[in-house]
Each structure stands twice: as structure tokens, then as C-alpha cells.
Design a protein around this ligand. Structure first.
Ligand code: ADP
Ligand code: MG
Length: 335
């Protein structure tokens, strides 16, 4: 059997079955945005590889450095925790100029400064072909209050911290070489995402918030992880999903279905959580106060196992569910 048959999440499942993740000091091992230690510390790692996650383009390396750290911080945000430290590992091809690496480091440094976190170690090595950057972030849940993917209950509302589909639309603008005028927010969403740390912490303090994830691979896929962990389904109301004003005009120009960007576009790094209906406004207000002013309720958790989507009452077919490194279509049933 090859990797295409089992997909990224099938492989992770196999790895998780092969290794023990039981330890007296561990509350949660493989399967969430971070592992959680018994004392409330959380930890997460991510890997970025040239020609997979980014292209060799030194002019973009400052933002690449920022994004390499931001995507890790987003996993800390998804637990509702506060970031503290990080480790940085880089594998550098011999032909790389020191100046290019320095620009990446400046980008990582600027993001680290914004969130007040310290670099405490890492590893540096050569590489035969591509540049690789791996970052591990350690954070802490305030008063041990953290939110996992498991815990969504039928009747809960599904909420998100901001517009979806922006990053996918921004990437499309860059790839199609469109005039970027009016599309700056979309492009920035793709190149310079800001993790929702404050929003995550605010939500961790609300008892009625039951489950949370960050949207790195697309709404349907990432919400699917909550549903799988919680053994629930969801109904989404497409017209209530926040979308940036410029997304629809761009989709018309490029002739792309905007629903695909909104429902399955990756790399928005917004948070998605479920909350008991009586705390709907409490959760939205807490998140909006942190600057995420477009936070909205976008649906509700059901007793089923699937995601259904309606647009002004009409059923929408979710043609393709989300990003997967080995090309397998992920659905709530198989992820
Ligand atoms: P995220 O998108 O939040 O970064 P992933 O989808 O990459 O999460 O990973 C899902 C879960 O699987 C996480 O708990 C992650 O730590 C774990 N995981 C991914 N790859 C591996 C691996 N090679 N070995 C062990 N655990 C892994
Ligand atoms: Mg995540």
C-alpha cells in the first residue's frame, strides 16, 4: 500500500498506534493541536520545506520567517494557551547566501518579539537540496484552562474568529499575477498571518466553550477534526461565514468558486470553536475585544457525523474537503 491510499491522517493514525503516548506527566498526546502536560504546559511542532510550503524567493523571506513561527503559535492559540518559548531547527543548502538566512531570522525574530517569546534552542545543519525550517513552540495554559478538539456537544454553536478563504484568495491573486490593488488584505492574510493568541486565551476562560481548533487546512477539514474527536456532526450556514469584501470580486475575476475558498481554503489561521448557545454573545464579545472584530456564529453541532452546508436554505455540495499532504480527500469520516 502506498501513502496515497491512507493519506496524511491515516499515516499519523498508524504512527500513533505504533508508539505509546502514555506517561504520568502527560494529559494529551498525539491528536490535538498541541500535546498537553499534566502541569498545563503545551507543545507543538511544524515543519516548512522549500518547494512544498514556499518557493526559493529571497524577496519573500522576511515574511516566510514570520509565517514559520506564526503557524506554530496558531496551534498554541488553538488550545487557548499562552506561548512562552520556542526551538528553531534549520537545514540549509550549501548554495544559500548568509544574507538570505539572515532575512529569514529577522522575520522569525519580529514575530517572536510581537508575542514576547524566547528562543531556547534548536539545531542547524546542511541540506543537499531544499531549505527546511522546523519550529517547536512551548506554551502554558492559564490556570490549567485549555480547550481540546474533543468536547463539542449537539446543540453547541460553531463560531470562528474572522474571515475565511482570504489566504486561499490571496494566494490565487499572487499565482494569477493579478493587479493586487484592492486585494491587499487577502495577500496579507496569505503572506503574513497573525495567530489569534489573545482570542484563544479569552475563550479558554469561558466554561461554555467546549472544543477548539485553528483553521490551517480549511474549515471543513479542521472542523471535521473537532467532529471526529467529539463524535458529532455540524450544520453550517454559508451566508453567515465572515468573508472579506474583496473575496467575491476576485473569485469572479479568476473564475473560481468562492465557496471552495471559504469552506476548504487553508492557511487562514483563524480559530474555530463550539460554545453552548447561552454563551453565544459572551464568546463573540470576548473574542471581538481582542481585535477579532469579524468573529461570528456560522452553524451548530448536530447528533449526526457529517457536515452539511446550506446557503440561504439551499444545500451546498462540499466537493473537495481540504488540504492533505498525500492527496487523499479527507472527510469527517476518514480523517
Ligand atoms: P496541525 O494542523 O494542528 O498542526 P496536524 O494535522 O499536523 O496538526 O497533526 C495532527 C496531530 O498529529 C497533532 O497532534 C500532531 O502532533 C500529530 N502528528 C503529526 N505528525 C506526526 C508524526 N510524524 N508523529 C507523531 N505525531 C504526529
Ligand atoms: Mg492546528
Amino acid at each position: 500500500m502506498n501513502l496515497n491510499n491512507i493519506g496524511e491522517f491515516g499515516l499519523i493514525k498508524r504512527i500513533a498506534e505504533q508508539f505509546s503516548s502514555h506517561s504520568p506527566g502527560l494529559n494529551h498526546g498525539i491528536g490535538d493541536d498541541c500535546a498537553v502536560f499534566a502541569d498545563g504546559f503545551v507543545i507543538s511542532t511544524d515543519l516548512m520545506i522549500e518547494n512544498v510550503h514556499f518557493l526559493h524567493d529571497p524577496s519573500s523571506y522576511h515574511l516566510l520567517g514570520r509565517k514559520a513561527l506564526a503557524v506554530n503559535l496558531s496551534d498554541i492559540a488553538a488550545m487557548g494557551a499562552s506561548p512562552l518559548f520556542f526551538l528553531l531547527s534549520i537545514a540549509i543548502p550549501k548554495q544559500y547566501a548568509l544574507d538570505d538566512i539572515a532575512v529569514i531570522l529577522t522575520g522569525i525574530h519580529s514575530m517572536a518579539e510581537e508575542f514576547g517569546i524566547a528562543l531556547i534552542g534548536g539545531d542547524t545543519t546542511g541540506s543537499h537540496s531544499d531549505l527546511m525550517i522546523s519550529i517547536t513552540v512551548i506554551g502554558q495554559a492559564i490556570d490549567q484552562r485549555y480547550i481540546t478538539r474533543k468536547g463539542a456537544r449537539p446543540g453547541d454553536l460553531v463560531q470562528v474568529s474572522g474571515p475565511l478563504g482570504s489566504s486561499a484568495a490571496g494566494l490565487a491573486v499572487l499565482t494569477a499575477d493579478l493587479d493586487p490593488t484592492g486585494c491587499e488584505t487577502l495577500i496579507t492574510a496569505h503572506l503574513n498571518p497573525i495567530p489569534r493568541i489573545k482570542a484563544g486565551i479569552a475563550l479558554s476562560q469561558i466554561d461554555e466553550v467546549h472544543a477548539m481548533i485553528d483553521i490551517s487546512d480549511g474549515l471543513t477539514q479542521d472542523l471535521g477534526h473537532i467532529l471526529k474527536a467529539s463524535e458529532t456532526g455540524a450544520e453550517l450556514i454559508l451566508e453567515s461565514i465572515p468573508v472579506h469584501d474583496s473575496l467575491l470580486p476576485v473569485s469572479q475575476k479568476i473564475k473560481v468558486d468562492p465557496f471552495q475558498w471559504i469552506l476548504t481554503g487553508g492557511e487562514d489561521y483563524e480559530l474555530c470553536w463550539t460554545v453552548a448557545p447561552e454563551a453565544e454573545e459572551i464568546a463573540l464579545n470576548a473574542v471581538r475585544k481582542t481585535g477579532a472584530v469579524h468573529a461570528a456564529t456560522i452553524g451548530r453541532i448536530t447528533t449526526g457525523r457529517n457536515i452539511t452546508v446550506r446557503n440561504y436554505g439551499k444545500a451546498v455540495n462540499i466537493a473537495q474537503a481540504g488540504f492533505n499532504h498525500f492527496g487523499v480527500r479527507e472527510t469527517p469520516d476518514n480523517n
